[in-house]
Design a protein around this ligand. Sequence first.
Ligand SMILES: N[C@@H](CCC(=O)N[C@@H](CS)C(=O)NCC(=O)O)C(=O)O
Length: 222
Amino acid sequence: MAGRQAVKAYLDLVSQACRAVLIFLKHNKIPHTVENIAIRKGQHKTPEFTKLNPMQKLPVLEDNGFVLTESDAILKYLCAVLCTTGPPYVPDHWYPKLPEKRARVDEYTAWNHANTHTSSIFLHEIGFDMWLVDMTFQAKLERAGYAVKVELKLKSFKILSRLFQSLCGGRDILKDRPKLLSWRSRVQSVLSDSFDEAHSAVYQIRDKFTAKLSPCSKQATL
Ligand SMILES: N[C@@H](CCC(=O)N[C@@H](CS)C(=O)NCC(=O)O)C(=O)O
């Protein structure tokens, strides 16, 4: 971002939407600072934060006075701003300019937004997650031929961060799904350190949770 200030991201890494933003910033080496806002402490309800986002939700991005909410909008904004005005440049494959390719990414992010967020308590805690994996993510990835290569798209990236949410509860919902497991490890290896850094809070919650389980329950979850 030559000549531009670092962007400021307001995040709580317990949130999947926030992790997606952080991984994207780190992976693309976009200069940024992070302001940690702890949802569990109600820090997103303060008058200062409410001025930034009247909806009192995270993540929020601030770019030289321009304030943006909603992780999808933030990721697409960063792609749009930095595809031409780098360095660093965000490569076109993340959010292609070609209308048909772009529409495929928008198709997924629209579906993701409407279908995986509000229902996530059911999806992750009550066991509908298997239905979700088989009927939706897997079907969508089948159509895309599990295409990840080194060319990551916002689409595969959002799927991955969503699927990782259940790890907080100590469950790996992909453990019996070899195709999805291999796809996930390919995406993770492309994202490498930025993925693990953004998931450090999730790993801590998982470790705390699984430490309390009996050996038998541990086997059943992870
Ligand atoms: N659709 C929004 C999700 C915003 C959202 O619901 N954020 C949650 C964390 S994942 C939050 O801030 N929750 C605080 C609350 O609802 O009080 C996005 O993708 O950015």
